[in-house]
Design a protein. Structure first.
Length: 344
């Protein structure tokens, strides 16, 4: 079992600034992520002036088309970002939102394609991506099982290696929307690698997803959650990102070392210290019939009858006088009852 593949999504957090995009690459690499994912938008190819804002956040862009236009980088700029990723040892990824974006990313040189949930039903885009013969990760955020059936079958018929991501299209998502149960449902239904894409702005969902079998995770990152942009409130900052990466790796290490509860020899010495022996909680005379109210348990184990064996002393007489808090030993108790004595 390999460590989960960790993807930090920048999306439009760079706000159209190439310098900011480069700064994110260094930060993501420093945080220990495996990949950084951008989004490749070519306004004329994917949008129109009629497209509404999902969140009306921008005071400088009159339309969503204008916003996408401002987010564009040139081919050379995308290549510079890819080269920077290669230098710092993380994978460059970018989701395409048009056939033209796929053509551009092929020139940049991507290893795989991540398809956002809004494009799962876009068989034109899926056909274009399939022609590259590169692996595809489908995000299931807005998709029903019926829609996923169609898209998965479509890609597999074209010989494409497919992975799936459980996510919920809300920014930010709440615990009621995490859908962690879907991870195993996707695995059972499709027998494909499954990951988790998070928009919660917390580290808990991804940690839980890994513990529940997610093989890769994706989450939005920003330098500061107060930054400009539609995804900032649904993102992690880099302090949280570093904590998440460490936690995910620890969880995966834990999964590699299952504990066998049928064996506990490794705790022999500790059990001797922490487990207890029976004792009495008051002065008792020889002949006293022991009751539960007479008993206490004291550390360490082995100085009296085992605490777990207390029932065998109940109703039995003492052979000797015992001081308060004395350990209760086998030799102190008459385990032969009166009836047995009279008939010997």
């Amino acid at each position: 079992m390999n460590t989960p593949f960790i993807i930090a999504e920048i999306a439009q957090a760079h706000d159209g600034s190439l310098g900011m995009a480069h700064a994110y690459i260094d930060a993501v690499a420093k945080a220990g992520c495996d990949a950084i994912k951008f989004q490749t938008h070519i306004a004329e190819a994917e949008s129109s002036v009629h497209e509404p804002f999902r969140v009306k956040f921008s005071k400088q862009d009159a339309t969503r088309f204008d916003y996408w236009k401002r987010m564009e980088f040139t081919l050379d700029q995308w290549k510079s970002l890819k080269a920077h990723c290669d230098e710092v040892g993380i994978e460059f990824m970018s989701s395409p939102f048009s056939n033209a974006a796929v053509d551009l990313l092929e020139q940049v040189g991507v290893k795989r394609y991540k398809i956002g949930s809004g494009e799962v039903n876009n068989l034109v885009l899926l056909e274009k991506v399939a022609k590259t013969k590169k692996p595809v990760i489908l995000s299931s955020g807005m998709s029903s099982f019926a829609e996923l059936d169609t898209s998965v079958t479509f890609l597999k018929e074209r010989g494409v290696s497919v992975s799936l991501m459980q996510c919920y299209t809300a920014y930010p998502t709440t615990p009621e929307q995490y859908g962690l149960n879907v991870i195993q449902e996707l695995k059972k239904k499709y027998s494909l690698p499954v990951g988790y894409s998070d928009h919660s702005a917390t580290i808990e969902a991804c940690i839980a997803a890994v513990a529940l079998g997610a093989e890769f995770i994706e989450f939005h990152v920003v330098f500061n959650k107060a930054m400009f942009g539609p995804d900032a409130k649904a993102s992690l900052d880099f302090e949280d990102t570093t904590r998440l990466v460490k936690a995910v790796k620890n969880i995966q290490k834990a999964l590699l070392y299952p504990i066998d509860k049928t064996k506990h020899n490794q705790f022999k010495d500790l059990k001797q210290i922490f487990e207890k022996s029976l004792a009495v909680n008051k002065p008792l005379k020889a002949g006293h019939i022991l009751t539960f109210e007479d008993l206490e348990t004291k550390k360490p184990k082995g100085f009296g009858i085992l605490a777990c064996d207390y029932e065998k002393v109940l109703g039995k007489p003492l052979k000797v006088d015992l001081n308060k808090w004395s350990f209760l030993k086998e030799k102190d108790v008459n385990f032969i009852n009166k009836f047995e004595t009279e008939n010997e």
